[in-house]
Design a protein around this ligand. Structure first.
Ligand SMILES: *Cc1c(COP(=O)(O)O)cnc(C)c1O
Length: 361
């Protein structure tokens, strides 16, 4: 077996070994075609089956009602930052956002090209270390946008803000889609770059409630209308065949272990034991996120000095624990423990962190 390390990178991120092995096994001869999936038509019947299975797995695992449509798009979650306001603008009504970090800030910036944007709450005052409480969205906006998990700062919504039934709640779930059970009916739109918690880079999953597809101005570029892609089942043009196939394999694996409820249990346990180490370190490790806003996926923390953090990252690397350096914009350390991070990986990290504290305090 080739060497494998524990990969704590924030994204692209670790993938289930079972999915990688399956891809390897099928790589040269996909579905008995005598060709690799990289070589066949996106309109071939063999690929069509994979494509449908991938979409069906999203619907099944997330319990999406029939009027929710699943799209596989390109351009990353970042392209949804403009496609959301483009597709959901509503006769000049304001578009409301909560600013919980770098990705929200970018989404807000793009929305401003499409009209009046209101930031109804923000945690910028305390370095985005919390999710604002008592978020009040108006009932007269075109939509309400949140970033469900803040990859860089390590915060996550523990409960969803209320919106009026006329206002679709839009959520960027790039770094936590399928990490816990949610009620999809609370949302009008969910989108996520696959490369953090679902599959590899190169595809973005967008889920839209059907009634929202007709708002887009008629004269918008065709490729930028969600409706174009929904009408053609994400086969309007050549899609990212390989990433979609990989997502399918990852979702099959998720299903095989019991789906999202089983995954949520594992995720809560992994996060808890890691946060416990931080909390019980007498301040040697200091968590960035406020306790009531902590992310199950991105555990952010600091040591007393940047030098000590650097030493910690370096010694972890020597133990095959890779990718623990915090995002360049905030520094510190970050352990991304997505769905595909095995519990053993978190345990190995915990053992290392305890030892590092002993040797360095
Ligand atoms: C990574 C990330 C993005 C950007 O995703 P791209 O696919 O690189 O465009 C957007 N939102 C969140 C929450 C992210 O973590």
């Amino acid at each position: 077996m080739t060497k494998r390390v524990y990969n704590f990178y924030a994204g692209p991120a670790t993938l289930p070994l079972a999915a990688l092995k399956k891809a390897q096994e099928e790589f040269l001869n996909f579905s008995n075609t005598g060709m690799s999936i990289l070589e066949i038509s996106h309109r071939s019947k063999e690929y069509a089956k994979t494509h449908a299975e991938a979409s069906n797995l999203v619907k099944e695992l997330m319990h999406l009602p029939d009027d929710y449509k699943v799209m596989w798009l390109q351009g990353g979650a970042s392209s949804q930052f403009y496609m959301v306001p483009l597709n959901l603008q509503d006769n000049g009504k304001p578009m409301e956002y909560v600013n919980t970090g770098t990705w929200s800030t970018k989404a807000i910036k793009e929305a401003k090209f499409y009209g009046d944007v209101k930031v109804v709450a923000s945690s910028e005052d305390e370095k985005f270390s919390y999710i604002p409480k008592d978020i009040v969205f108006s009932d007269k906006s075109a939509f309400a946008h949140i970033t469900g998990n803040n990859t860089i700062y390590g915060t996550e919504y523990h409960e969803w803000p209320k919106v009026s039934s006329d206002v679709p709640l839009v959520c960027d779930m790039s770094s936590h889609m399928m990490n816990k059970v949610i009620d999809p009916k609370k949302f009008g739109v969910i989108y996520a770059g696959a490369q953090k918690n679902i599959g590899p880079a190169g595809v973005t999953i967008v889920i839209v409630r059907e009634d929202l597809l007709d708002r887009v101005p008629k004269d918008s570029p065709i490729m930028q209308k969600w409706k174009t892609h929904v009408d053609k089942d994400s086969l309007f043009n050549t899609g990212p065949v390989f990433p979609i196939y990989m997502c399918k394999l990852c979702l099959e694996y998720l299903k095989s272990i019991g789906g999202i409820p089983a995954m949520e249990k594992i995720n809560r346990k992994k996060a808890k034991i890691l946060y416990d180490v931080i909390d019980n370190s007498d301040g040697f490790y200091e968590g960035h996120a406020k306790t009531d806003s902590r992310s199950l996926m991105n555990v952010t923390f600091n040591l007393q000095t940047p030098e000590l953090e650097e030493k910690c990252v370096k010694e972890a690397l020597a133990k095959d624990l890779v990718g623990l350096k915090g995002h360049r914009s905030v520094g510190g350390m970050r352990a991304s423990i997505y769905n595909a991070m095995p519990a053993d990986g978190v345990q190995a990290l915990i053992d290392f962190l305890k030892g590092f504290q002993q040797n360095n305090q």
